[in-house]
Design a protein around this ligand. Structure first.
Ligand code: HAM
Length: 425
């Protein structure tokens, strides 16, 4: 008797490994330079964790979960994604709170009972990050910049970053009413699933692939057009941060994503080198999920790459990692924290932050607009070895302060010399 791997699963063979290793190493190196820390959660969890977080009416929960009852009569599910498990683990292990930043990353297999096709598997692999604490739009931008940087290190081109906001508890209810009333006049002609979705979760109608529903979906109001001023303002700030970093994006007013937990910013990165399954990265904000899952109210934002799809793009490429910053393996693990005071300083700090990370050094910044004393305290909590202080006075004088946290000594360094000095640390 000969056995084969199950439908939708496959063996990743030794000959495939150079590409897989390049992707995983690039992700891990860059995640760590951005001060994310690895977490590994179990492959299976209580089924309810996913039904509550991803949402009962989503395709993932209603059709695609590998759910089984174990010998103790518990309903368990192979994880279809990692955001909910990471939130569960962060709450259970007291890793997060609303007034400090916690950055976690993961790499591993996920399971969805989807119809297999090129780029769509039942066991597939993701590499992702989740950042908890700040609500600052600069953090949303930071994760998009991180994703972008990983893709450029891998030499992946022809990308499109689609950006949107799905609103918040203030603006979404009115939008959902609008959507409901739009579809109510067409429901007779729409599929059974959509009839059900219109009743329970109208946003999910946008996931429908049925040709008979397409026409009505195209004419439906877009969530982007009903955003409240706060959500608009948040999205604009994400955009201005992306502009500062020269990241190209497209506003996709209809991007809703296939999971219910998102609030505000959502994004996807699409590769033009792939066929129908062309999304290589998806993510966004989920400010209500931690409290939904039993924690206190802690805003969060994250994304996940589909590694299988990245591997497909790279399979014929000549590799790649020679541009990789030394980071995880070579460079010093000493964290450099940038304390910025005021809006202009924040901008200068974001720029410096990216340059330091590009040098292969781990760097972090404050996303809570706190005073200097609190920022130094936070730098201490994060075990930063050095703090660079940028305030209005420093910007005016053109000299930044570099503080050695262990020795409690400070030196004043001209801005153009700062990177050189950091290289010596
Ligand atoms: P997602 O969009 O469902 O988001 O998945 C992220 C990526 O995983 C997709 O863009 C795609 O590349 C890959 N992927 C998904 N399903 C499959 C499949 N069946 N076969 C191959 N690749 C697949 C999430 O999972 C969210 N947890 C992302 C996130 C993190 N949001 C916030 N934090």
């Amino acid at each position: 008797m000969k056995y084969s791997s199950q439908r939708g699963t496959r063996d990743i063979l030794p000959e495939d490994m150079p590409v897989w290793h390049a992707i995983e190493n690039t992700c891990k190196t860059l995640f760590e330079l951005y001060n994310y820390h690895e977490i590994r959660t179990p492959i299976f969890e209580a089924t309810e964790l996913f039904t509550r977080s991803i949402g009962q009416e989503t395709d993932i929960v209603s059709k695609e979960m590998y759910t089984f009852t174990d010998k103790g009569e518990r309903s368990l599910t192979l994880r279809p994604e990692a955001t909910a498990p990471v939130v569960r683990a962060a709450v259970q292990n007291n890793l997060i709170s609303a007034n400090r930043i916690t950055k976690l990353y993961y790499v591993g297999p996920m399971f969805r009972y989807e119809r297999p096709q090129a780029g769509r598997y039942r066991q597939f692999y993701q590499a992702g990050v989740e950042a908890f604490g700040p609500k600052d739009p600069a953090l949303d931008a930071e994760i998009i910049i991180l994703a972008h940087e990983i893709l450029s290190h891998l030499g992946i081109q022809d990308l499109e970053v689609d950006l949107n906001s799905v609103g918040c508890e203030k603006c979404r209810p009115a939008y959902l009413e609008n959507v409901k009333s739009h579809f109510s006049t067409h429901l007779e002609e729409m599929c059974e699933d959509c009839k059900n979705r219109a009743e329970h979760n109208p946003l999910r109608i946008f996931d429908c692939k049925n040709p008979q529903c397409k026409e009505y979906i195209e004419k439906a109001p877009a969530v982007f057009d009903s955003l409240c001023s706060e959500c608009k303002d948040h999205l604009e700030k994400v955009i201005s941060n992306l502009d500062l970093s020269n990241i190209k994006y497209k506003i996709n007013k209809r991007l809703v994503r296939g999971l219910d937990y998102y609030t505000g910013t959502t994004f996807e990165i699409i590769s033009k080198q792939l066929g129908a399954q062309n999304a290589i990265c998806g993510g966004g904000r989920y400010d209500d999920l931690v409290s939904e899952l039993g924690g206190s109210s802690v805003p969060a934002v994250g994304f996940a790459f589909g590694i299988d799809r990245l591997a497909e793009i790279l399979k014929n490429a000549s590799l790649i990692t020679h541009h990789l910053p030394a980071g995880r393996h070579g460079a010093s693990r000493k964290l450099i924290y940038i304390a910025a005071l005021g809006d202009d300083a924040q901008k200068a700090a974001m720029d410096l932050l990216q340059k330091i990370r590009k040098m292969g050094r781990i760097a972090e910044i404050d996303y809570f607009s706190r005073n200097l004393k609190s920022q130094l305290k936070e730098a201490d909590r994060l075990k930063a070895k050095y703090v660079i202080i940028i305030g209005d006075d420093e910007l005016k004088s053109g000299n930044l302060i570099l503080r050695n946290m262990e020795k409690a000594t400070q030196e004043s360094i001209p801005i153009p010399k700062m990177l050189e000095r950091i290289n010596l640390l």
